[in-house]
Design a protein around this ligand. Structure first.
Ligand code: DX5
Ligand code: ZN
Length: 216
């Protein structure tokens, strides 16, 4: 089965996000990745739940919300009401990740946990039975347009093995530096979802780019 492609609107023109979403809708990409940054957990700021609520009527794609914030538990309810499908937060940003995952599930949403490049897979092993998605950051979060850190793909391989051993079914996503050149390595490592920001929005032919990322 081919990978799900999740273009990140972080690389789009924020003054024209309706056009960005229309481009994603037409491209063959299945998901839309929405990067929420608080200026504290990561050194950049983006947007809040209102953006998700405003974009929701413009697409039927899965909305994959990536919270790069401290105290994500304070925002989850609002993102759920805004129409997020997957709500992913960072294990590094919280103490009670187990409780937060249960909270997301109880809201009827898909749960995601993310790890930055310096965090090993073992940090989230206890949580894996509770997650629908593991988002492996392949750059240090905060900015688009960075180079993928190849060592992070080893974590994908570990997650694939762990999932098989434990009979789990979470999806594995990679985020950061995914483009025509790096996608093959990520696919070989066993990813299910490829997030792409700058590669997608810089591509003139977005349909062709999506096919290339999928390895078609
Ligand atoms: C970075 C974000 C990514 C970002 C990826 O902190 O989490 O989703 O949009 O951008 P590219 O694909 O340009 O590396
Ligand atoms: Zn992201």
């Amino acid at each position: 089965m081919s990978c799900i492609i999740a273009p990140s609107v972080l690389a789009a023109d924020f003054s024209n996000l309706t056009a960005a979403v229309a481009d994603i809708n037409d491209s063959g990409a299945e998901w839309i990745h929405l990067d929420v940054m608080d200026g504290k957990f990561v050194p950049n700021l983006t947007f809040g739940p209102k953006m998700v609520a405003d974009l929701r009527p413009h697409t039927s794609s899965v909305l994959d919300v990536h919270l790069m914030v401290y105290q994500p538990e304070d925002l989850i309810d609002e993102f759920a009401r805004a129409g997020a499908d997957y709500i992913t937060f960072h294990v590094e940003a919280v103490v009670h990740s187990h409780r937060i995952l249960q909270f997301i599930r109880n809201l009827g949403k898909k749960t995601g946990i993310s790890i930055v490049p310096s965090t090993p897979v073992v940090m989230i092993e206890e949580l894996l039975p509770l997650v629908d998605l593991v988002l492996v950051m392949t750059v240090n979060p905060g900015f688009g347009g960075q180079d993928l850190i190849p060592a992070c793909l080893e974590k994908v391989k570990k997650l694939v093995l762990f999932r098989e051993k434990k009979g789990l079914s979470f999806l594995i996503s990679v985020d950061g530096g995914i483009n025509e050149a790096t996608a093959a390595g990520a696919r070989d490592a066993g990813v299910d979802v490829l997030v792409a920001g700058s590669a997608f929005f810089n591509a003139r032919d977005k349909k062709a780019l999506v096919s290339q990322l999928k390895g078609e």
